[in-house]
Ligand binder design. Structure first.
Ligand code: UGA
Length: 391
């Protein structure tokens, strides 16, 4: 049994650029399996793939094995789809205690052999068998639904801000409806990570490909709303800071796309920091796990320009942003601090100490709703939280 678990990034050029998945690694893997396998082989798609990729794998396996000399040609294959639902930061737990394991395929015997592996630790009733196309589509659909919930709650957050409602109260109120459920209703700076955007755009591409433009538009709106939401944050900050950010110092707490990972792929922090810099702000960026080099790559500045002694001085390098190792340094003479990643350690900040370091009037913007507004206000700092109409 061979698992294909390779990257399927979004194509950057050619047909489907910006939306379709680049399957070159899947294809290369299938060719290798076809040439080196002997006897019967079960090939399992573990990577997230567009629907009907199994067909591509099957045809490669068939055509390459047909070239094998007749005396060695005892090769046969079954292809299964067994998508991965692990999330970063909780992957081992998700693997040990999955909500479900999905196995799609045609051959009952192949499905049963893969199922037996999982049955070593997963209850049988949690192992779902489907046809191969349903399994491939279910993976994209799961991520699309999760991302859609985040865009939905963030859109409601904007209405809350305009009307005096509080998105956290609305989320709690709807989350107790068992048909809706309470998970994935935390408003934030917009979803990030390597999968949500990529998988939705893949779905959009598939819908367009199959002549379903209304379906494509529906899912594309989830991504568009997320982009709009990220871009409105710098505008909101500018509004609170008397309409201009030029020359102002803003501290950034968190750069990873979520807590408990150093991954910054598609992190909301990237666009938000770029827009703040564009507005002329000088940023002090802290993240407990993301490296300075990574932030340099994401903000498109040359890491070679960073000299160690300058990083430790109070001067801004690049004129626009500077990494800091100590979270309290983001407050140094800053006009505002924006929390973007929900790291546990940010909940324990001593606001009296922060207040002493900030330039007054000082602001804290909490995009993740993890801080205690009363504590921040008590220290003398203005507080703004996403989706709170009473801000
Ligand atoms: C996601 C899925 O949750 C996994 O099931 C899937 O296997 C994985 O993608 C994948 O396809 O590889 P992951 O990207 O690790 O996992 O991250 P999530 O925990 O789903 O969070 C994604 C984004 O949504 C983050 O930016 C997070 O901050 C944001 N989010 C999440 C919210 O803004 N609010 C929420 O309530 C939940």
């Amino acid at each position: 049994m061979i698992f294909i678990s390779v990257n399927t990034p979004t194509k950057l050029t050619g047909v489907g650029a910006g939306k379709a998945s680049d399957l070159k690694w899947v294809e290369a893997s299938a060719r290798q399996v076809a040439s080196y396998s002997k006897g019967h082989t079960i090939v399992v798609e573990k990577s997230t793939l567009p629907v009907r990729t199994a067909e591509v794998i099957k045809s490669i396996l068939k055509s390459v094995s047909e070239l094998t000399p007749e005396e060695e040609s005892n090769k046969t294959f079954d292809v299964l789809s067994n998508p991965e639902f692990l999330a970063e930061g909780s992957a081992v737990n998700d693997l040990l205690y999955p909500d479900r394991v999905l196995i799609g395929g045609e051959s009952k015997s192949a499905i049963s052999q893969l199922s037996q592996i999982y049955e070593n630790w997963v209850p049988r009733e949690k192992i779902l068998e489907t046809n191969i196309w349903s399994s491939e589509l279910a993976k994209l659909t799961a991520n699309a639904f999760l991302a859609q919930r985040i865009s939905s709650i963030n859109s409601i957050g904007a209405i809350c801000e305009a009307t005096g409602a509080d998105v956290r109260e609305v989320a709690r109120a709807i989350g107790t409806d068992s048909r809706i459920g309470s998970k994935f209703l935390n408003s934030g700076p917009g979803f990030g990570g390597s999968c949500f955007k990529k998988d939705i755009l893949n779905l959009v591409y598939l819908s367009e490909h199959f002549g379903l433009p209304e379906v494509a538009n529906f899912w594309e709106e989830v991504v568009k709303l997320n982009d709009w939401h990220q871009r409105r944050i710098p505008r909101l900050i500018a509004k609170k800071l008397f309409g201009t950010l030029s020359g102002k110092k803003i501290g950034i707490l968190g750069f990873a796309f979520k807590a408990n990972t150093n991954d910054t792929r598609e992190s909301a922090a990237i666009q938000i920091c770029k827009d703040l810099i564009e507005e002329g702000a000088n940023l002090l960026i802290h993240d407990p796990k993301v490296s300075t080099i990574q932030i340099c790559k994401d903000l498109k500045c040359d890491p070679l320009n960073i000299e160690k002694e300058k990083l430790n001085s109070n001067e801004f390098v690049h004129g626009s942003w500077k990494p800091v190792n100590n979270k309290y340094d983001v407050f140094n003479n800053s006009d505002a601090v924006l929390l973007l990643t929900e790291w546990e350690e940010y909940k324990k900040i001593k606001w009296d100490l922060a207040f002493q370091k900030l330039r007054k009037p000082a602001w804290v913007f909490d995009s993740r709703s993890i801080l205690d507004s009363e504590e921040v206000n008590k220290a003398g700092i203005n507080f703004w939280r996403f989706g709170n109409g009473l801000n």
